[in-house]
Structures are given as structure tokens and as C-alpha cells.
Ligand binder design. Structure first.
Ligand SMILES: [Ca+2]
Length: 209
């Protein structure tokens, strides 16, 4: 059972991260090698415009990097949109993203430490950017983790209260909000959280709670 997805929502979600991590697990290339194809004499050079690539170039990047022909186009679009945040004022037809943002992001997924990935996730879920996760942001994380658990075929019948307790525990000083420090410290050794946020790949998941 999957929740209906709003076509207007172009944000990345944990299921996207899980899928991406799975693709990256199976790919043999390094992101820095694929980025070289965008250099002057590279195979993808024509898709590079200065320091940027457009959505078509990004699609070629994913195809070359992940070595897949059929990467989901909606996921490709959400990823591309996520990189646009640093270049917000663009016409629809000429949207471009910085190659360095793409590079940083995929390098993080490729061999980033859980701490770095948690920090990245924190910035993503702190939607109003005020530096803490408030209760509505936490509720959203729980909903997304439930969605991810369904995607992973976990038994979700009694999972929601467990995830709520988990998030309550992460708010170590019981202030009602989760700071970056609490998030990273609480999340580091929390395997279910890392898995459900798509920050860690497990081949066999034994959820011990
Ligand atoms: Ca916030």
C-alpha cells in the first residue's frame, strides 16, 4: 500500500534515497570519473554550459554514472529540482544546476559517513530552515519513514508508535524540538532510523526495538 503522491511535490523522500542507494550499491563507477566526461574532451561535454548542466545533461549523467538505461524519470526530475535550490531564479525552459552540487551530493551518497548523511537529511527536513526540527517537521519525518518501511516490506502494523517513541528519545533535552546535535547523536547508532531515511543500506533487516 502506498500513499498517493501529489504530482506537485517535487521533493526527494526517503523512498527516493533508498532507491538511489540501491542503484549506487550496484554501480561500479565513481562520481568523479563520470564528471570528467563533462570536461572539454569528454563524451558528455556538449551538455555542459559553463559550470552547469540542464535536465537533459543530468539525465545523461545518471545514465552514465548508474549504468542504467531505465532510471525512473520522475525520480530524475525530483533530483534535478533538488539541485535547483541554489539557482532559484530561472525560466522553466532554461533550468540548469551546478555540476559541483551534483558532485557533492553523489559523493556523499557514495562514501559519506552516517554523520554527514544525517546532517544532509537534517537540512532537508528542516523545511523552514530555522535550525531545529519542530513537531510538524518531526511528524512529517515519521510519515515518510512509514512510507519507506512499507516500500521495504517491513511489518508496519505497530511501527508508528515505535517511530514516535524513537523521535521523542532523539529530543534528548525534551524541549519539543530536535537540534542538529540531538539529531546526529541520536541517529548515529540508530539503524532503523538510518535505514528508513535511506541513509544506510542493509541487506538483511532485523529490526530490534
Ligand atoms: Ca525547523
Amino acid at each position: 500500500m502506498s500513499a498517493p503522491t501529489n504530482p506537485e511535490v517535487k521533493e526527494l523522500n526517503p523512498v527516493d534515497f533508498i532507491q538511489l542507494q540501491q542503484y549506487i550499491e550496484y554501480c561500479s563507477l565513481k562520481v568523479k570519473d563520470v564528471l570528467r566526461e563533462f570536461d572539454k574532451d569528454g563524451r558528455l561535454a556538449r551538455h555542459r554550459h559553463g559550470e552547469c548542466i540542464n535536465e537533459e545533461g543530468f539525465r545523461h549523467f545518471l545514465k552514465a554514472y548508474l549504468e542504467v538505461e531505465d532510471f525512473p524519470s520522475d525520480l530524475c526530475q525530483r533530483l534535478f529540482c533538488s539541485f535547483q535550490n541554489s539557482k532559484p531564479t530561472q525560466e522553466e525552459s532554461t533550468k540548469e544546476v551546478f555540476l559541483k552540487d551534483v558532485s557533492c551530493y553523489f559523493s556523499l551518497l557514495e562514501d559519506g559517513q552516517p554523520m554527514d548523511k544525517l546532517e544532509f537529511a537534517f537540512r532537508l527536513y528542516d523545511r523552514d530552515g530555522n535550525g531545529v526540527l519542530d513537531s510538524s517537521e518531526v511528524d512529517r519525518i515519521i510519515a515518510q519513514m512509514m512510507h519507506a518501511a512499507e516500500y521495504l516490506d517491513w511489518d508496519v502494523s505497530e511501527l508508528e508508535p515505535v517511530l514516535k517513541d524513537m523521535m521523542t528519545a532523539i529530543d534528548a533535552d525534551s524541549s519539543g524540538t530536535v537540534s542538529l546535535k540531538e539529531w546526529v547523536e541520536g541517529g548515529m547508532n540508530n539503524v532503523p532510523l538510518l535505514v528508513l531515511l535511506g541513509l544506510k543500506v542493509t541487506t538483511a533487516v532485523f529490526l530490534i526495538l
